[in-house]
Ligand binder design. Structure first.
Ligand code: AMP
Ligand code: MG
Length: 487
């Protein structure tokens, strides 16, 4: 397979990373390979059997042209600054330029220790690898900006956590792995010159159209803020709880990154928290916009030396950009919600309509995913799916009447509108009980449930006859769902 690497970070950003080597797995075995993503990247697997692919994508025999390195970064973890994090269990092995010119990082996650591993083993267990693969592919299929999964390879080695697990390596593809924490690292340890260099690189790579702005570092802040607003609006729209929004897990590209303890909620609850280590609910579902705002304030702080170096007066502008985040987010979020509700135009009553909806969903503990599908069925004249979701058939009658009034005022063909809603409101998400079932089977050596679940969540909007058991939440009397960081 010709990766045609073009490793710009390795070549031009010396001092921003530590060269590294992958550990050789003892018996690499391909668990999954993403043919569609490979095609998008322009990779041709012709002539390569699974064993050869497994070796290439696990560190067994790195592809030609790879320049493996570990990125340096810092980060605020649960509000506290850690000056020294970095890729402790991942290697950036190179950059691939796709046929359409888009540039991607290829990273191997779980391939052994690096200069930044601290006390960690640099390894990954099969469960977290297959979880990230599955959820990130589901997110991509739903249209949420995200890193992607190219491959999962079992290493044949054991990884010791609270008990021993089979080890695995994930081949992760991202438009880059530059994080807010990357800027924080160089601001904290090196100062303005390095921040300027990283900002210039980021601008060239992600925002070439604004590289000529009067103050490009201020323009970078502005663009990253927009992308984070869009990202969090997507998350809220599909009931996603990231779970560990530390600044080292915030990619400046605006892609979802780091699928450790994430989960989707079933019944709507604004305080939903799944991560076992998030005891105070810092990263609860409904707090994600505020945390994004807080993280962007940290990004602005890290960029300030660069912004100031170009124009001292622009520091005030940076502050104004950060202060405007809540309002900017609200605009983007309400647009998203209008689309989910089938509304094509804005109305001054929309904020109240949306707030009232969340109050009702919480009060009636409605399944967040199925609600929007049931709403579209109302437009088709079928009230049964909605009635089945609610504690009683008319439980949300006043809100639905208000929504209906808005819908009728727009006068669009109901069937057309219902189709537009179904095209953005997923029917299939990675339901927690299905994910756990699939990962348990995979760990025991049976990949079939995982492969099937992946297949279902890859076409999230299209109902299928053979997947009824993937639609709903798990048993109502199940214990609260708990997730763990993939360490
Ligand atoms: P995360 O919680 O996955 O965002 O990771 C936070 C930091 O811990 C990052 O610097 C990781 O590289 C590092 N880390 C996590 N797990 C391991 C591990 N098993 N070995 C070495 N470093 C790790
Ligand atoms: Mg991380």
């Amino acid at each position: 397979m010709d990766f045609a690497f073009d490793n710009s970070f390795f070549a031009t950003m010396e001092g921003f990373y530590a060269p590294a080597e992958a550990e050789r797995p003892s018996a690499p075995r391909l668990l999954a390979f993403n043919d569609a993503l490979a095609a998008r990247l322009g990779l041709d697997r012709a002539g390569l059997d699974d064993a050869a692919l497994a070796a290439l994508l696990s560190g067994g025999k790195l592809p030609e042209g790879a320049d493996p390195l570990a990125l340096a970064y810092a980060g605020h973890q649960f509000g506290h600054f850690s000056p020294q994090l970095g890729d402790g269990r991942a290697l950036l092995i190179g950059e691939i330029v796709a046929p359409d010119g888009a540039r991607f990082d290829l990273q191997l996650k779980g391939s052994g220790r690096t200069a930044f591993s601290r006390n960690g083993d640099g390894k990954a267990a099969i469960g977290p690898v297959l979880r990230e693969y599955l959820v990130s592919e589901a997110m991509a299929a739903m249209g949420v900006p995200t890193t992607r999964a190219l491959a999962a390879v079992a290493t044949g080695d054991r990884v010791q956590r609270e008990r021993a697990h089979p080890g695995a390596v994930m081949g992760r593809v991202a438009s880059s792995h530059i994080r807010v924490g990357s800027f924080q690292f160089f601001a904290a340890h090196f100062g303005a010159d390095h921040v300027v260099q990283l900002s210039d690189y980021s601008l060239r790579r992600h925002f070439p159209e604004i590289a000529g702005a009067a103050n490009p570092h201020l323009a970078l802040l502005d663009q990253v803020i927009v992308r984070q607003c869009v990202l969090v609006a997507h998350w809220l729209g599909v009931g996603f709880v990231h779970g560990v929004m530390n600044t080292d897990n915030v990619a400046i590209s605006g892609e979802t990154i780091d699928y450790g303890p994430c989960a989707f909620m079933d019944r709507f609850a604004v305080n939903s928290v799944f991560s076992s280590i998030d005891a105070n609910g810092r990263y609860a579902y409904g707090r994600q916009p505020q945390i994004m705002h807080w993280n962007m304030a940290r990004f602005a702080e890290a960029l300030l030396p660069a912004i100031h170096a170009v124009a001292p007066g622009d520091v005030e502008r940076a502050k104004a950009l950060v202060d405007a985040i809540p309002e900017r987010f609200r605009g983007i979020w309400h647009d998203r919600m209008r689309a989910k509700l089938g509304l094509g135009t804005g109305d001054e009553g929309d904020a109240a309509l949306i707030d009232a909806l969340f109050g009702e969903l919480e009060d009636k503990a409605v399944d967040f995913t199925l609600f929007f599908r049931a709403l579209a069925m109302l437009l088709r004249g079928d009230g049964a799916p909605m009635a089945a979701l609610l504690p009683s058939a008319d439980a949300m009658a006043p809100w639905i009447a208000d929504w209906w009034t808005r819908i009728e005022a727009e006068g669009v063909d109901p069937a057309e509108r219902a189709a537009a809603m179904d095209a953005i409101n997923p029917l299939y998400i990675p339901r927690n009980h299905k994910v756990e079932e699939a990962l348990a089977a995979a760990e025991a050596g049976d990949m079939a449930p995982w492969t099937r679940l992946l297949d279902v969540v890859r076409t999230p909007f299209v109902p299928r006859d053979d997947a009824a058991d993937y639609e709903g939440p798990g048993p109502a009397d199940a214990a609260p769902y708990r997730t763990f960081c993939g360490t």
